[in-house]
Design a protein around this ligand. Structure first.
Ligand SMILES: C[S@@+](CC[C@H](N)C(=O)[O-])C[C@H]1O[C@@H](n2cnc3c(N)ncnc32)[C@H](O)[C@@H]1O
Length: 389
């Protein structure tokens, strides 16, 4: 398998470099309107915003900033295929303008725009940010009624263009099945609140770039890409920043494009690309190790798993996981102007193949051949099994 990736250092309000209906999934995090660190970026796009802020017209500035993002959402609509999805990570802002402290609800403003231009909303995810100061408070402290709730979460809006995607041909069906995620991952990833995300691990080229990046944790685009696209799909990030979405797309075996207005980010993008091979290897190994731990735990508690994965031979919970296959990233090369080609191995990682030799290394395998009766599944478990078989 091969994938290609290209970065455009330009404003994403014009993405005419890409063909209409050429993108399967958008994963992005725009600059957040009314968060001070992004003021200058918006002011560069529309200088009238400076005057609105100086005149203490907070809502007018908020609206002008969103008008700049609106043009990008319209481009996203043009570029997505029918059935394609957009996942937008966005936090609300709190700010005092003059004497007026208030919430600027970025997520609902973006959602309203997306619905207005024809997207359908799907259930969204909230992710809980790790805060360094859990006890910090805003407003009147212990005295009612002027104390304010602390914002400790961000939203991931999930929107679809047109009707549900279909997988019709035999090849499409095979790729979809090879792109499956594990049953136990599904239970955590499709929860509507993510509590377990750690801060970013991105290494930045310069302190200034780090300060301006607001990179999201790798796990966010990695999960979203695995949840809402299949291998060899095209993923777009119109606000690429340090390139986290592109790294996640590479690790997950998807093609990708990114737009970034700030050319200073090139150095950070390139440094991420030199590390992505190792990052992808570790990520795949972690997922497989976690699956092994899950299997061992099931067998230790006396439950068996009904199915075997056909590439690895290890047990899996449902029929849908029987063709799941991770492709090891083998090489990455720059092939042109900010364009990269990635090659992958199409064979399963040997260490995890439970053939005669490999099986001896895996603890759970010893449990496979004993004759412990499978624990009686509860009625709830039966329903779950039926849904996924
Ligand atoms: C919140 S950051 C994205 C961070 C990114 N998710 C990461 O992990 O590094 C938003 C990025 O969008 C860029 N940006 C802002 N307006 C833009 C525009 N109109 N076109 C392209 N990039 C833009 C900013 O320079 C910034 O890097």
């Amino acid at each position: 398998m091969e994938t290609t990736h290209r970065i455009f250092f330009q404003n994403s309000n014009d993405m005419s470099a890409l063909s209409p209906a050429s993108v399967d999934l958008v994963v992005t995090s725009p600059p957040y309107p009314m968060i001070q660190m992004w003021d200058e970026v918006f002011i560069d796009l529309n200088p009238a915003i400076r005057k609105a802020l100086a005149d203490q017209r907070g809502m007018a500035a908020f609206e002008m900033m969103h008008k700049e993002l609106d043009c990008v959402w319209e481009e996203v609509l043009r570029l997505l295929k029918f059935g394609g999805l957009a996942c937008i990570n966005i936090g609300d802002a709190t700010r005092t303008i003059g004497n007026d402290f208030m919430l600027y609800p970025n997520h609902s403003r973006i959602l309203a725009k997306m619905l207005d231009i024809g997207f359908s909303a799907l259930p969204e995810i909230l992710w809980r940010k790790q805060t360094n100061a859990p006890n910090k408070f805003m407003g009147s402290g212990m005295l009612p009624a002027g104390a304010y709730v602390t914002l400790e979460h961000e939203h991931i809006l999930i929107l679809r263009k047109g009707p549900k995607r279909e997988f019709r041909s035999a090849i499409e069906k095979r790729i979809r099945r090879e792109s499956a995620i594990f049953w136990e991952e599904r239970n955590a990833w499709y929860s509507d609140v993510w509590f377990d995300l750690k801060g970013t691990t991105q290494k930045m080229a310069t302190d200034d770039v780090r300060h301006r990046s607001a990179a999201f944790p790798f796990e966010i685009p990695y999960r979203l890409i695995n949840m809402f696209s299949v291998k060899e799909d095209r993923v777009l990030d119109p606000f690429l920043g340090t390139g986290t979405t592109m790294l996640a797309a590479i690790a997950a075996g998807r093609h990708s494009n990114g737009f970034e207005i700030e050319p200073d980010f090139r150095k950070a993008n390139l440094s991420g690309l030199t590390e992505v091979k190792e990052l992808a290897k570790v990520k795949t190994a972690n997922r497989l190790d976690n699956h092994m731990a899950f299997v061992n735990q099931r067998y230790a508690s006396g439950s068996k798993l009904k199915y075997r994965n056909k590439h690895y031979g290890f047990p899996v919970m449902t029929n849908q996981e029987t063709e799941l296959l991770f492709n090891t990233l083998e090489s990455i090369a720059e092939t042109g102007d900010n364009t990269f080609k990635v090659c992958y191995c199409d064979k399963p990682q040997e260490k995890y193949v439970t053939d005669q030799e490999g099986s001896k290394r895996l603890k759970f395998f010893s449990c496979l051949d004993d004759n412990k009766p499978e624990a009686e599944p509860s009625p709830k478990k039966n329903i779950q099994r039926r849904l996924f078989d």
